[in-house]
Design a binder for this molecule. Sequence first.
Ligand code: GLV
Ligand code: MN
Ligand code: MN
Length: 417
Amino acid sequence: MAVLQEVGQEIMQWSERLALHSEPGWAEKGQLTVTYLTPAHLAVADELKALMGEAGFDEISIDAVGNVVGIYFGEDRASPMLLTGSHYDTVRNGGKYDGRLGILVPIAVVKSLSSQKRRLPYGIEVVGFSEEEGQRFRATFLAAGALTGSFDPAWLSQLDADGVSMAEAMQAAGLPGTLSAIQNIQRDPKKYLGFVEVHIEQGPVLCEKALPLGVVTSINAGVRATCKTIGLAGHAGTTPMSMRQDAMLAAAEISLMAEQRARADEGSVATVGQIQVPGGSINVIPGECVFTLDMRAPTDPQRDALVTDIVKEAEVICARRQVQFEYTEVMRASAAPSNPEWQSRWERAVAKIGQPIFKLNSGAGHDAMKMHTIMPQAMLFVRGGNRGISHNPLEIITADDATLAAKAFEALLEEIN
Ligand code: GLV
Ligand code: MN
Ligand code: MN
């Protein structure tokens, strides 16, 4: 296969092109926020369609959950497909490469194949997953969930912060918004060789080791929950400290306890990423506090022990403070060890392009961990600059590393027989 030329520059330009679209309130500040089915999100989907068109894909479509799907057939249209891709939604004030890099790299490789009029013995299906971050709705991985048959029907009636249901949001975006349409896009694993995903590392390891690429061995397990503490609102001036049922202080104590519990393990993490006192006032003891918990660990049993301990201790804290505790799990994803065969294909691909093979596990969640439930998967990480910071506008990669990622992807294609 012809060696790709400075494709990294093009991938960087495409990333900038996608990053032109951000939501009101964020765009004015130069910040990137693209959550599910907002106008900015639909604009990114259109850009991806256009890029796939320019790259020479045979079929390009937007499916019932807003995934952008490009197919580049193999020599025979009936031949099996390699499935690849990543997500194009972002966290609030996120980076330009989280997710998107894993769509743009395979688009660049298909562009190279199609410009050579080259067909492989298998097809390539690139999916720009519409939702992975769980921002607008508490429905993390809904896009990959639809492909794997784990789309929760209850999600359709879930409301966003403005009271818009997911079904309404889908219909407003021109999608059917029905369960049957969503169930129709479930993939039959028999038609696929496997799933591979390229992703920015989102951590410091590759940057510190001065390595451009890393082969992922496993993705950590995770659980997310929304929590509420309910105490008693009261006068901030007259209520003695010993007589309060402060919902926010209970949440604060739970946050610190979760930190301590996670620190007690090798590789566990726990985060309270959102915390609010709805309708609170400067001179009112918080009567209610809502917050989120995100808990992860390298294996399912370690994750389960972490979650059990945190929930049990939260109940103890709340009982002592005479505060009620409500806990609703909104996401549970199993650890996803890479398929050994696909992982070694990535290793050989990295070696073939003259780079050292370095293996690491993923602390972040990825579409691959959902695809894992129906087909073999393995991921390739690309070094992030700025010490690998991610979920932050400082997230950055270099064009040279993007070129290496594309070369590694191209080399991976040669490893499939
Ligand atoms: C996805 O970005 C995650 O939270 O791991
Ligand atoms: Mn992310
Ligand atoms: Mn991501």
